[in-house]
Design a protein around this ligand. Structure first.
Ligand code: HPA
Length: 266
């Protein structure tokens, strides 16, 4: 919590290459019933306290299939976070998208296999609504901010999340292309779902690091790191301006905050 105990309502979760994205005012550890998230980095943007969570740990030591997504989201919720903007590296399946492009998904398809993916593991039975999994209000604002800054951003896309840590085969990507998916990553799900289960608004700003398997000769993690470096300034600009423009209180017009109320049986 920040010095005077104001709640930190906005979090940024950063992925590959963004481990040290914000200058931290200080680090904080929080415990959860699911274990410890990586150190949270408290920072300030304009008048707002924010917290940065390095998804893969400060030294990028946790692979995407082993990230403790429940601890991360529970930890952020426990310090008062109501909105999350996630940064994700993705491969492009849609041939119109190119390495270096920014993409904001509006929906996802889950092809993960092994991850604990819910807080609703026991009674009472709950089913969370994810008809619109990404917060439409944050998405609208980020889209406007990118336009205002003259930074191109694809603002609708379907993200398919795979288990990893291997990249996909060319056959898998061809299947995903036929199914109409636009981008592929390993870390977007269940993060987005867990946020919704706790009523947190969540949007993802993805950057394309490569054309997906079969669309370029080979895939290497070095590309991911290289492109991350290149896109950092525009990602940072969009994030900062979006955070500054976000109203302090949520309007209640998006489906996010009220979703948990409707998840149980009446
Ligand atoms: N596949 C899965 N995850 C990724 C990719 C990819 O091609 N590029 C960056 N993250």
């Amino acid at each position: 919590m920040s010095k005077n105990s104001r709640k930190v309502k906005i979090a940024v979760i950063g992925g590959s290459g963004f481990e040290k994205f914000f200058d931290g005012i200080r680090q904080m550890r929080v415990g959860t019933p699911y274990g410890f998230p990586p150190p949270l980095i408290l920072s300030r943007i304009g008048e707002k306290d924010i917290v940065f969570l390095p998804r893969h740990g400060l030294n990028h030591s946790t692979p995407p299939h082993r990230v403790n997504y429940r601890a991360n989201i529970h930890g952020l919720h426990s310090i008062g976070v109501e909105r999350i903007i996630a940064i994700n590296a993705v491969g492009a399946i849609n041939p119109n998208f190119k390495p270096g492009d920014l993409v904001m998904p509006h929906d996802f398809a889950d092809f993960t296999k092994l991850r604990p993916a819910t807080f609703h593991d026991e009674a009472p039975v709950k089913h969370i609504d994810v008809t619109q999994p990404y917060c439409p209000e944050i998405r609208r604002l980020m889209s406007k901010i990118s336009k205002d800054n003259g930074i191109p951003l694809w603002d609708t896309a379907i993200l398919v999340c795979t288990e990893g840590p291997r990249f996909e085969t060319a056959a898998e990507i061809e299947m995903f292309r036929r199914l109409g998916f636009d981008i592929v990553g390993m870390s977007g799900v269940p993060e987005v779902v867990l946020a919704r289960e706790l009523g947190i608004c969540y949007a993802s700003l993805c950057f394309v690091t490569n054309m997906a398997a079969g669309m370029q000769e080979r895939l290497t993690p070095s590309e991911v790191v290289e492109i991350s470096k290149q896109v950092t300034p525009k990602v940072r600009q969009i994030l900062i301006d979006t955070i500054v423009a976000l109203p302090l209180e949520r309007t209640g017009k998006c489906p996010c905050a009220s979703a948990p109320e409707y998840a149980g049986f009446k």
